[in-house]
Design a protein around this ligand. Structure first.
Ligand SMILES: C[S@@+](CC[C@H](N)C(=O)[O-])C[C@H]1O[C@@H](n2cnc3c(N)ncnc32)[C@H](O)[C@@H]1O
Length: 204
């Protein structure tokens, strides 16, 4: 098992999802941005979803083509258990975002607080190569990362902070930035963390 996978499996085996710093009872900005994408019957993939409740709200909102990916099987197990029989409507994939091979393309690629953990050029390139391959032309990428005034560590790991310019630059010329939102996330311990959310359209 890679060090990265061991780390995240241990995190989700050690704590319940609602105790983790990134827990949100409702992924409100993500839901708003997915709705704003305005793609009918969108196939949505949540990359590095962990045990996020975004999937619950997508199902409740009528999305019927939802794929959830995370490196930690323990995270997906928590989400599946929470969803009960609704879990059968979701495609669950345990994989590393820098290595995953997906069977098809998607209309919306969502990532909250996953890309920002990629500190090595090779990992960022592998992730972005997959984004390019598995997101449809005309599809939208919604990426949320710690902002420049946010933390520089999460879960004991270093992260890279981004703003809309640095995210747009790293995604490159095939993506048009459509919308940016900021969030002051409050952790379960009451600590504030600044996030930036960017919604891009893939044009080529
Ligand atoms: C800070 S949490 C965010 C979880 C979720 N996106 C949310 O907003 O609640 C980061 C998540 O990314 C997952 N992760 C970290 N590195 C990953 C990688 N290389 N590939 C896939 N998932 C990864 C972790 O297991 C964890 O669930």
């Amino acid at each position: 098992m890679s060090d990265r996978k061991t780390h995240w499996e241990d995190v989700y085996r050690g704590k319940a999802a609602h105790e983790l710093a990134w827990f949100q009872p409702r992924a409100g900005i993500s839901l708003d941005l997915i709705a704003a994408a305005g793609i009918p019957n969108a196939a949505v993939i949540d990359m590095g979803a962990g045990a996020s409740r975004l999937v619950d709200d997508l199902v409740a909102a009528g999305f019927v083509d939802v794929t959830v990916v995370d490196i930690a099987e323990a995270a997906l197990a928590q989400a599946r258990a929470r969803l009960g029989e609704r879990a059968e409507r979701i495609n669950w994939i345990t994989a590393d975002a820098t290595e995953v091979e997906l069977p098809r393309q998607y209309d919306i690629w969502h990532d909250r607080a996953v890309f920002h953990f990629l500190m090595e050029d090779a990992d960022r390139e592998a992730y972005l190569e997959r984004l390019g391959r598995f997101l449809k032309v005309g599809g939208q990428a919604i990426i949320a990362a710690f902002a420049p005034d946010g933390p520089d560590k999460c879960s004991g790991l270093p992260v890279r902070q981004y703003d809309e310019q640095t995210l747009a630059a790293i995604l490159g010329p095939n993506y048009t930035l459509i919308e940016t939102r900021r969030e002051m996330h409050s952790t379960p311990a009451g600590i504030e963390q600044a996030f930036v959310y960017c919604r891009f359209e893939k044009r080529a």
